[in-house]
Design a protein around this ligand. Sequence first.
Ligand code: ADP
Ligand code: MG
Length: 696
Amino acid sequence: MAKVPELFGSMVFNDQTMQERLPKATYKALKKTIQNGEPLDLSVANVVASAMKDWAVEKGCTHYTHWFQPMTGITAEKHDSFISPSGEGQIIMEFSGKELVKGEPDASSFPSGGIRATFEARGYTTWDPTSYAFAKDGTLYIPTAFCSYTGEVLDKKTPLLRSMERINTEAVKVLNLLGKADVTRVITTVGPEQEYFLIDKDVYDQREDLIYTGRTLFGAKAPKGQELDDHYFGAIKTRVANYMKDLDEELWKLGILAKTKHNEVAPSQHELAPIFSTTNIATDHNELTMEIMKKTAEKHGLVCLLHEKPFAGVNGSGKHNNWSLSTNTGENLLDPGKQPETNTQFQLFLAAIVKAVHEYQDLLRISVASSGNDHRLGANEAPPAIISMYLGDDLGALVDSIINGTEYISKGKVRMETGVDVLPNFKKDTSDRNRTSPFAFTGNKFEFRALGSALNIACPNIMLNTMVAQELSEFYNELKDATDIDTAVKALIKKTFTEHQDIIFNGDNYADEWVVEAEKRGLLNFKSLPEAVEHYIDKKNIDLFVNNKIYNTDEIHARYEIELENYSKEINIEALTMIDMARKNILPAVTSYVRELTDTALAKKALSDAIPTSVEEELITSLSNKLVCFSKMTTELEDAVLKANDIGDGLASAKYFRETVFAIMQELRAIGDSMETETSSEYWPYPSYGEMLFGV
Ligand code: ADP
Ligand code: MG
C-alpha cells in the first residue's frame, strides 16, 4: 500500500490537481465559483472538462457520469463514454464543457410527487463545482444537482445548497451588525458518524427478508444479545478489521476523511466517523461512504446492512449529524470560548438555534422519518421521537442566569485526579455527555442524533440551515435599527431564551416521566412517519420554505407525497415478503417437522405402548395450534394488503399501512418466532439470529 498521504485523494480531481493541470486564469475563475458561488463561464467549463478528461483517462476511466441524489433515497448515475468518432472508424476521447455542465437524464422514472407530467419526461443535471469530481470503477463521477424540464427541484442537493446560501447570507448580516466587518462568508460544517452491521454473505443469501427489505421480518432472539455490553469498543475481529482497513483505504482514495472506527453496542454492529467538512461535501461523502461500505463488504464475503433496524431485540443503527457554523476568518460560531457569560455573539447564535429547534421541531422530526427509523425513535435505544435540546450543566446554568437575571457561576474545568502516579492527571469536560438527547450541545457543535443509518443527511441539514437562517433574519430585522446594539442584543437574547426554554431538557430522555413532562410543555411526539409527515405542509412550514426560497409550494407538496408514498411502498414490500416467507417456507417447514414428530410417535407406539410419546405429542399439539393461527394471520395480512389498493389518498394510505398492515405483521411475526423456538433447526428454513449476529 502506498503511504496514506499519497493515497489520500488520489482519485479526486481536487484543488491540488486543478492547480497542477489548469491554466492559471481558469483555475482562478473556477475557484471564485467554488468559494463565492459566482456563475461559471462556458469557456472556463470547456478548459476544465478537457483537463478533467485527461486526468480521468490517466486514472483508467473510459466513461463519465453525472452523479445525483434523486428522491429515491440513493444516488443515481448514468454512464456515457468519452468516445467520439474521428472519421474512418477511428475514435478520440472527448469531453466538452457542455457535457460537464449539463446532463439530460430521462426524469420520468424518478419520484417527482406528481410535479412532472409524464410528457415532460426530460430532466436536467447540472454540475456542482463545489464538490470535487472523482474517479471510481473506470468512470469519472461529476457531482450534480437534478431538476425537471420546467425547473422544479427533484433532488436533495439543490435545496441543501440553497439552504447553505441562506444561512450564509443571514449569519454574515448578523455578524457584520455585531461589528465583525471582516466576515464575508459563513459555512455550515458537518461530521456524520455512521453505524452499520456486517454479516456473513452466505447467511444473508438465505434470507429473503434481508434481500428484499434490509431487515429480518421473522427471527427468534438468540440466547445471547447485547446484554453483556461486551461488543461496544471491544477488540475488532480479524475479518472485520481487514474489512475496515480496506474500507479506510478506498475512502481515503476518494478524499473522504475516514477517521474513527470501532465496534458498536449490538453484536456485529460497527461505526465509522469522518472528520467534518462543509455540509455539501459531507453529504456527498456520506452517500459515497455508504456505497463503498457495501461494495467493500462484498469483497470480504460480507454484507453491510444499513437498515435502521435489521434485527429485533438488539440496537438498531443511526447516524449522528454533528453540525456547526464557521466563518471565512476561521471562527467556529458555536465555540462558547473561555467566558461564555460575556460572549454575546455566541449567546445570540445559541438563542437563534434554540428558537429554531423549538419552532420547527416538527420539521426536524420529519427530516429523520422513515419506515426503518420508526423502529428506533422512542424505542429506548435511540433518542425519542420528542425533539428537545441538551445544553449541558454549564450552558444550562448560563441560560438560566440570563433568563433570571442572576449571576452565572461556571463550574469551570475540573482537574481529574486519576489517583495513580503513572497516569497523567487531566482536565475533564464541564458537562458529561447526555447520550439520550436527540439534539445535544457537545462543546462547540450540536449533535443531532435522531437520524437513521440509511438517511441522506441532506434532509436534516436542509431543515437545520433553513430554520436557523430564518431566525437569524428575524434577529437581524429586530436589531438593525437599534441605537444601542449592545443593549438590544442582550434584551433579544433574554427574551428568546425566556420564550423558548421549554425546548431545553437536560434530563433522561428515555424516562417515562419525560413523555408526560414534554406533553405539558407542548412539545410534539410523533411516533411514526405518517403522523410526522402530515405536518410537512402546515402553513408555518410552507411559509418557511417559500420565504427562504428553498422550495415553492408545489415542491413541498411533492416532497410530502413522495415521503408518504415511499413509506407505503416499503411496508407493502415487507408485508408481501412476509407472506411469501410464511406460505412458501415457514408453513411447509413446520408442517414437515410435525409430520416427522407424528411418524416418530406412531413408530414408538407400534413398537410398544410402554414407550412414552408425550414429548412428541406436546410439540405436535403446540405447533399444530400455532400453525392454525399462523395461517389465519397470513391470510389476514394478505387481505389487508389487498384493501390498501383501494385507498387513493397518500396520507390515508400511509396511516393504513402503519395502523393496520404493520400491526398484523407484528402479530404474524410473534407467532412465527414462537414456532421457530419449537422447531428443529434442521427444518427451520432460515438462518437463526445466532448465526446472523455471531457468524462473522
Ligand atoms: P465525539 O462525538 O466522540 O465527541 P468528536 O467530537 O471528535 O467525537 O467528533 C464527532 C464528529 O463530530 C466527528 O465526525 C467530527 O469531525 C465532528 N465535528 C467535530 N467538530 C465539528 C464541527 N465544528 N462541525 C461539525 N462537525 C464537527
Ligand atoms: Mg458523537
